[in-house]
Design a protein around this ligand. Structure first.
Ligand code: HEM
Length: 431
């Protein structure tokens, strides 16, 4: 009883208006604590309530409210995605700079419109539908390997990220780009190094690893694209063959690198974060396990629950927690005026738990409706791979729950990034 009273007192004190206001006041993106990396949500809640448009020491804005994010994401005339101004001093003249200023996500029209048009067509429902059968085989093969590893009596627990979550998007995007299976080994390392260089504060080592990864990746793709020029595939299902006629060589190579980066870490984390969150909410997990157990019989309700469950996992532990924009004209937000050139951090992780949009935002509610989360962003740059990500998560999480419904998290280690939230290691015990 004494412990329970003490715990409740600590909880009440932590959530008192003074503590929350203090958290919001102290927040600085350049000096985050270990506690923040572990659980950023109390800080995000404090910011949403006490400083939804927080001016950081460097003059940039950290925006957390759901409605403000939608407003900014929707308006690409006022809020530019072009990162040349920001990245030139950050990366210096380097391959990282060339890469991050050539991909569609960090550009405005006309380059953005041209590349996006082709990519959206390349990731059409038909192209994605064509990937599903192979995806199911890949997932089933991974589960067989895990079952075999587990049957080995020395293997009490295993890393779900290494053996499952990270392997799926590599295979999917490898197929999408037509990378031969035996050459896929370095893809994950390249992707992690290039994305690591996008953290708000960058070490020399991260910068060097990022540049090396872009260089190696470019060499690799150069040969792959040359081969595809000589032996083109069906542009309806092969992304490179689709993009070849309309993009320059440089645009093509960098946007292929971006595709891997965009679809790899994010989807790995959606699967890993989703299975971890389900383990924290056993009542919700039980419902989904029941639905997945009967899914083989093809009931509409079980399929529907899996779909809404994936949306809730996307909202609850968004794998991409931060976006960025820079204003190209003066603007107003919440009655304040800000000048052209203002840098803005859009905190998806906070907006997706904003109580003005989501009832009980800190609860995982698999049947949440409506669930207009911003995990894929919003507006002209909304994720072009969202249907692919959803399909991968449905197949992966559904099959995992069917095969290992009694999994337990033994230990976990977060990757410790503020932009991409997910686990470096997630060890599970299988019953
Ligand atoms: C859970 C998985 C994923 C999440 C959370 C996610 C999240 C996002 C977000 C937030 C954006 C918007 C960036 C901005 O507006 O600044 C974005 C853009 C994009 N994503 Fe995803 N993504 C995921 C998976 C994928 C996959 C699988 C692909 C393709 C293979 C993909 C391709 C893209 C592309 C091409 C863009 C750029 C769109 C544009 O600028 O018009 N994403 N993604």
């Amino acid at each position: 009883l004494a412990f329970s009273l003490f715990y409740r007192l600590v909880t009440v004190l932590n959530n008192s208006p003074q503590t929350l206001a203090h958290l919001a006041e102290q927040f600085e993106l350049a000096s985050l604590t270990q506690e923040f990396y572990r659980d950023p949500y109390p800080t995000y809640a404090a910011l949403v309530e006490h400083a939804p448009v927080k001016v950081l020491k460097d003059g940039s804005l950290f925006v957390t409210s759901y409605q403000d994010l939608r407003t900014i994401y929707a308006d690409n005339r006022t809020f530019s995605s072009d990162k040349t101004v920001e990245f030139t001093p950050k990366f210096g003249p380097s391959l990282l700079l060339e890469h991050h200023t050539s991909s569609l996500v960090f550009n405005d029209p006309p380059l953005h419109t041209r590349v996006r048009q082709e990519l959206v067509a390349a990731l059409s429902p038909r192209a994605i539908g064509a990937l599903q059968a192979n995806l199911e085989v890949v997932v089933s093969g991974l589960l067989d390997n895990i079952a075999a590893l587990h049957a080995d009596s020395n293997c009490r627990s295993l890393d779900l990220i290494e053996h499952f979550a990270s392997a799926i998007p590599i295979e999917v995007i490898g197929n999408l780009l037509g990378v031969p299976t035996e050459q896929r080994g370095p893809l994950r390392g390249w992707s992690l190094a290039i994305l690591g260089a996008l953290e708000p504060v960058l070490t020399d080592e991260q910068r060097q690893l990022g540049n090396q990864a872009v260089s190696e990746f470019l060499d690799f793709l150069h040969d792959l694209v040359a081969h595809r020029r000589r032996f083109p595939l069906d542009p309806q299902v092969d992304v490179i063959s689709r993009l070849l006629p309309s993009l320059s060589e440089k645009e093509l190579l960098h946007n292929c690198i971006f595709l891997l980066n965009a679809g790899h870490e994010t989807t790995t984390n959606l699967i890993g974060n989703g299975l971890e969150a389900l383990a924290r909410f056993p009542d919700q997990a039980a419902k989904l396990k029941r639905a997945c157990a009967i899914q083989n019989r093809g009931t509409i309700q079980s399929d529907q629950l899996l779909k809404t469950a994936i949306e809730e996992c996307l909202r609850f532990e968004s794998s991409n927690q931060l976006g960025n924009r820079r204003s190209v004209m003066p603007f107003q937000l919440r009655g304040h005026s800000y000048p052209s050139g203002t840098r803005i951090h859009l905190c998806i992780g906070a907006a997706n738990r904003d109580p003005s949009e989501f009832i009980e935002p800190n609860r995982l509610e698999l049947e949440r409706s409506p669930n207009r989360h911003l995990a894929f962003g919003y507006g002209p740059h909304v994720c072009a791979g969202l249907n692919l990500a959803r399909l991968e998560a449905r197949v992966a999480i559904g099959a995992w729950l069917q095969r290992f419904p009694n999994y337990k998290i033994e230990s976990s280690q977060l990757a410790g990034r503020v932009r991409f939230r997910g686990f470096k290691e997630l060890r599970v015990e299988l019953d």
